[in-house]
Design a binder for this molecule. Sequence first.
Ligand SMILES: Nc1nc2c(ncn2[C@@H]2O[C@H](COP(=O)(O)OP(=O)(O)OP(=O)(O)O)[C@@H](O)[C@H]2O)c(=O)[nH]1
Ligand SMILES: [Mg+2]
Length: 409
Amino acid sequence: MKPSHNSCEAAPLLPKMAETHYTPLSSAFPFVTSYQTGCSSLPEISRSTERALREGKLLELVYGIKETVATLFQTPVSIFVTGDSGNGMSSFINALRVIGHDEDASAPTGVVRTTKKRTEYSSSRFPNVVLWDLPGLGATAQTVEDYVEEMKFSTCDLFIIIASEQFSSSHVKLSKVIQSMGKRFYIVWTKLDRDLSTSVLSEVRLLQSIQENIRENLQKEKVKDPPIFLVSNLDPLLHDFPRLRDTLHKDLSNIRCCQPLKTLYGIYEKIIGDKVAVWRQRIANESLKNSLGVRDDDDMGECLKMYRLIFGIDDESLQQVAQSMGTVVMEYKANMKSQTFHTLRREDWKLRLMTCAIVNVFFSLFRFLPCVCCCLRRLRHKHMLHLVAQDTKNILEKILRDSIFPPQI
Ligand SMILES: Nc1nc2c(ncn2[C@@H]2O[C@H](COP(=O)(O)OP(=O)(O)OP(=O)(O)O)[C@@H](O)[C@H]2O)c(=O)[nH]1
Ligand SMILES: [Mg+2]
């Protein structure tokens, strides 16, 4: 008999998109890098996942999460490419798009000051991303504050600061301002081909000294370590370009998904909390045999199976989830305490204590005192319920993480 879920029904927790407010990122969703993003909307589809979770239908929940993530992946993202004039910003945009400087769609480049107003570019390699080529900072007498205002830095999701020849005070100031806005940024050192051809140092030593110089300058102004990439715009597939593209793809996923999915995880935690509260009431007030649908409410192994079924983390559901996520079930079971009653006891000292031999003897001795036995039974059940709920949260967190970055098997 499947346990009833009716009493767990509640109104949807997710407000309409326009009404949704999101808290800043925190360690509550540990898999994401903590930085502010421009994207914060959660598609309506995610509402269906709330219902699935309430009903303990994990596979339906996975489908909903996948649809949600697919929609979030289409969120437009703005990347600003900034730096001192002549550092190679426009050339970098062309290199990132892997197009030649003489192609029609390329950003104009030149030895004299070339980019005079913000211009947007796109690339099929980064769908729904706008790459903004900005006029260089050093070209005018304006302050960094005026530049930030004029270029509309607040509308940007991720910044790429371009430097070459020297890491100047303008680069440090830009880094500081962007850090204070809580936004993600990279430092990209260009014209590495020139450095390599003119330097007396070995290649390894030269790369090290450029990185160290950038880090020292930033540390003096208390700017935390951003990712640093050393490239030549003449070789868009060499040096740090592959690593840069990789990092960018990961950060784009984070920018688009982390805030909404963190919100979703918060909602799931609340639903699980509500479900636990309902079942605690049942444990306190009802006959467990009836509400759980078990033959013997002292058979902890059988009861555990029913609790796992209630939360949708039974073996069959986990198998289906793993299949749908394109991975093996052990991925989801590996860190799960409640695989069996034996593993749960092994992992949890409180449950071990509640079900140890002495307590069991006490249990059989006081069989004629139903109040005492009933009290102990309820304690055991409430604790087991709590442990299964905790496993459910961990599994949900993994599903959310895997839906952004699929596990490699
Ligand atoms: N050797 C070499 N030259 C580069 C590289 N990147 C850019 N350049 C050259 O540097 C000059 C300036 O490049 P741009 O991309 O126009 O620089 P920018 O920062 O956009 O400059 P403005 O638009 O004028 O502010 C051009 O002559 C480019 O060909 C590079 O990686 N290696
Ligand atoms: Mg330019």
